[in-house]
Design a protein. Sequence first.
Length: 234
Amino acid sequence: MKDLFGQAMWDYQHGQYTEDLKTETTISEEDDLPVSYLFRTFAQMPPLEQQALQLARGRVLDVGCGAGVHGLYLQNERGLEVHSIDLSPKAIEVCHLRGLRNAEVQDVWQAKGQYDTILLLMNGAGMCGRLKQMGAFYTHLKTLLAEGGQILTDSSDLLYMFDQHPDGSYEVPLYFDYYGEVDYIVRYKGQEEAPFPWLYVDYNTLQNVAHAVGLDCELLAEGEHFDYLARLSH
């Protein structure tokens, strides 16, 4: 991987910002992602994100931490012990420069330890990439939960992006194994990342997977754009 997300964050941190990231999926056209958004403050975060950070407690694992916006708030404003992980070496370097104490390059599949809160934000519920991998993914996360622990995660139901029939049903092309499965493409400063799988999962599907692996699932809040915040727990 070229680590374009990490490079964009590194450039921004070092005062070398000149352009934004461009993102595209198999079901959406190219769009700009402002690099500044990856450095947002708590006040600039969407309400669902703010709610998740207010509900975090105890020892926290922040998965896919990026530039550390969630971890820094929990560490500095709420005094929590936060362990932040990301696949991007440059993102972790930025986290260290910004004062995040416990940040390391790590794949969540290799993570160990016990945590009271696991954060999967910015559509983290679909971090596993494909629906068929969700069971194994949440089974692994379950091993990282301390007694009484919680997983706070968000996602979006993409059904609204498809044509709706008069009877209320939606016209989803047959080539989709699941309509929330997409391939994600990132471009930055003339370079393009190889497409990688991502998953937007509706709440009912998330709930079914959670129950199948022995986790409770609670819908905490719904946003204005078919998005939601959920809590999974023992």
